[in-house]
Design a protein around this ligand. Structure first.
Ligand code: TYD
Ligand code: MG
Length: 459
């Protein structure tokens, strides 16, 4: 019987070495070396020689057929789109997000819709009991005869049951809950997560079964376990949103089978996650037309333009230092915008507390929304509304100039679809080599500076 071997693995980069060191010699991270005790190899070398017939040989690229791999279509269109047009057989998808955000709900809805189309689906639940999962499926109206549930955490049994059932789709909720008893470390540890993932992925590739794994995130927002987990799977999806709002964004951050720019929008309802086909409408639903301190920005979420309302409130401060509060926009960006407004537009803000909020709990990170933030502030200070049918686009430069924004045509088309009739955009926009086409039914006002743009917006 060979002795168990022990080695140290970096949780950041996966570097393996025989001795512990404080710093990983490969990636330079500190305190990331974790001890890994390997189970003794009972059946000789890990990479046993395969018979000649099983060994792949190189083939010319044109001989490799790629078009015969059919994706499994999903009834949930938003999810299908984020995955690149359905589920890829043999592909491993990691879906993660904060606790309670709706990962199990989304996967259960997907599982029952795939089962409804006649495929056998296995849902492995490592965290919730069979009863709890059944209750959720009932609530979602997804109790299907072809949907099987296995409440277990022992990977050997899970793999054996997969082999016996031979399902067309496997879901493991969550990868941190399952464990291999050959390893001495506890479930959820880096070694367990990595080993279990690699066993499951091998199963998926060999049997051409699509595999979905739920991964928990740490407090910092990373997927718990090593970064290598993200390298191992084909697709990494994040389900995001916030506790106080019902909308959820499904975003792909890695996709070997499609674009990483797609975002799916859902709304959490008592009957599960509902697709939102027109998210802008949802974000603008409660807007008060002609209220001061409100402006419309058109940020891109992935490749999709979204119309969102930016609100600002300026009120005379009671303190020596005026306050600045940013909700949904970057705080430093807000400071920059107020500084440019004071210096270049001549607005007196030194005695004003300023609160900025993006409606719906959305976060806008794009500088292309600067103009809407600035216009909302000026509108509140002067107590004059921005025209209700106007969208505002442009990044603000430190000299007070309005800088161009990418994909203006698509953003304006979305605004036009929602009934917006006017837009203020940077003067330089669309004047480059590849001119963009703007919607015909929109009055486009081009502004060179923030000052001009504000005057145009607040007439
Ligand atoms: P869940 O899918 O269990 O989250 P996760 O797996 O990401 O931890 O969803 C948890 C929340 O969703 C829970 O607070 C209840 C809510 N929910 C609904 O609002 N409607 C529903 O139909 C379901 C099933 C859950
Ligand atoms: Mg869950």
């Amino acid at each position: 019987m060979p002795k168990p071997r022990s080695s140290f693995v970096c949780t950041e980069c996966g570097h393996r070495q025989p001795k512990w060191t404080g710093k990983c010699p490969k990636c330079g991270a500190w305190n990331t070396m974790e001890e890994v005790v390997e189970a003794p190899q009972t059946s000789g070398s890990k990479h046993r020689a395969r018979p000649a017939g099983e060994r792949p040989a190189p083939r010319p690229l044109p001989d490799i057929r790629a078009d015969d791999i059919a994706r499994i279509p999903l009834a949930i269109g938003e999810m299908s789109r984020v995955l690149g047009g359905g589920v890829m057989p043999g592909g491993g998808v990691l879906i993660s997000g904060d606790p309670g955000i709706g990962k199990s709900t989304l996967l259960m809805q997907m599982a029952s819709s795939v089962a409804q189309s006649g495929r056998t689906v296995l849902y492995v639940s490592g965290e919730e009991s069979a009863y709890q999962v059944k209750r959720r499926a009932e609530r979602l109206g997804g109790v299907e005869p072809d949907l099987f549930l296995l409440a277990d955490v022992d990977l050997h049994n899970i793999l054996a049951q997969i082999a016996a059932l031979n399902p067309g789709l496997v879901i493991v909720d969550s990868i941190q809950a399952v464990y291999l008893d050959d390893l001495s470390s506890s479930a959820g540890s880096v070694t367990q997560v990595r080993e279990c993932t690699s066993h499951l992925l091998r199963m998926a590739k060999e049997s051409n079964t699509p595999l979905f794994l739920v991964g928990h995130v740490t407090k910092e927002g990373n997927i718990a376990g090593p970064r290598v987990l993200e390298h191992m799977v084909d697709t990494v999806l994040y389900l995001e949103g916030d506790r106080f709002h019902s909308y959820r964004l499904l975003r792909s951050v890695k996709n070997r089978f499609g674009s990483t720019n797609e975002v799916g929008v859902f709304e959490m309802s008592p009957a599960g996650l509902q697709e939102v086909s027109n998210p802008s409408e949802m974000f603008l639903a409660e807007r008060l037309p002609n209220a001061s301190g409100s402006a419309i920005a058109v940020p891109l979420e992935g490749t999709r333009p979204l119309l969102v309302e930016v609100q600002a409130l300026a009120s005379t401060t009671a303190f020596a230092q005026p306050r600045r509060t940013a909700n949904g926009v970057d705080f430093n960006r807000l400071l920059l915008i107020t500084a440019v407004l004071s210096k270049r537009v001549g607005l007196r803000l030194s005695d004003q507390d300023i609160f900025v909020n993006v409606v719906g709990g959305l976060k806008i990170t794009e500088p292309g929304s600067d103009l809407a933030v600035a216009a909302a502030i000026v509108s509140s200070v002067r107590n004059r509304p921005v025209a209700a049918d106007m969208a505002l686009l442009g990044e603000i430069g430190l000299s007070g100039e309005l800088r161009s924004v990418s994909q203006l045509g698509r953003r304006l088309t979305e605004a036009s679809k929602l009934g917006f009739k006017r837009a203020v955009i940077p003067r330089s926009a669309g004047r480059h080599a590849r001119a963009e086409t703007f919607p015909d039914d929109m009055a486009i006002i081009r502004a060179r500076s923030l000052h001009q743009a504000i005057e145009a917006a607040l007439t």
